[in-house]
Design a protein around this ligand. Structure first.
Ligand code: COA
Length: 146
């Protein structure tokens, strides 16, 4: 039996979506620090057609940021509105990003979750991502660099 066609559409996220997607990300638990409009614009310019929104007749259902540095791919802020969860929107957005990165010859995709509070760890495992416990992350805030 054929599965029914999904009741949502995917399209590239653009800077015109800034207010809407930022509002979704703000309402969503478990996401890391959000970008300013300028940062998002720069990210999208550097990674054309990588980030995705899901919509149903123009209503935003979900969004994900995706990009690469020429070697590794990265995904951030995967979020689906509470009402739209469990309909395959998250999987469709992630698989779209994976296919796009693969078409660009990127070999691995990494994402970061907040250790204490990420309700979606099981979601990532379910989609085939492996949890890496062999890596310690170091970060340097450039505002402290003169
Ligand atoms: C995580 C999130 C993006 C999933 O979106 P979604 O649209 O509800 O997910 P889908 O309906 O596409 O589910 C895809 C698959 O993952 C499974 N799944 C979804 N959430 C899951 C969870 N929390 N734990 C385990 N499996 C999960 C589904 O059962 C489904 O399985 P199947 O395709 O094999 O039938 C959504 O719940 C969300 O926005 N959560 C809050 C934000 C968040 O935590 N983001 C990640 C930041 S690290």
């Amino acid at each position: 039996m054929n599965s029914p066609a999904p009741s949502f559409q995917l399209r590239p996220l653009t800077i015109a979506d800034f207010e809407q997607v930022t509002s979704l990300w703000r309402r969503t638990d478990g996401l890391s620090q959000l970008e300013s409009a300028e940062e998002l614009d720069r990210f999208l310019e550097r990674n054309p057609n990588c980030s995705i929104v899901a919509e149903d007749d123009g209503t935003l259902l979900g969004a994900i940021l995706c990009g690469h540095d020429g070697r590794r791919g990265y995904m951030y802020h995967a979020a689906v509105t509470v009402l739209a969860r469990g309909r395959g929107v998250g999987r469709a957005m992630v698989e779209h990003c994976l296919a796009h990165l693969k078409s660009l010859a990127i070999q691995r995709v990494t994402l970061f979750t907040l250790d204490d509070h990420c309700p979606a760890k099981e979601f990532w495992k379910h989609l085939g991502f492996r949890h890496r416990d062999d890596i310690a992350q170091f970060a340097y805030d450039l505002k402290q660099f003169d």
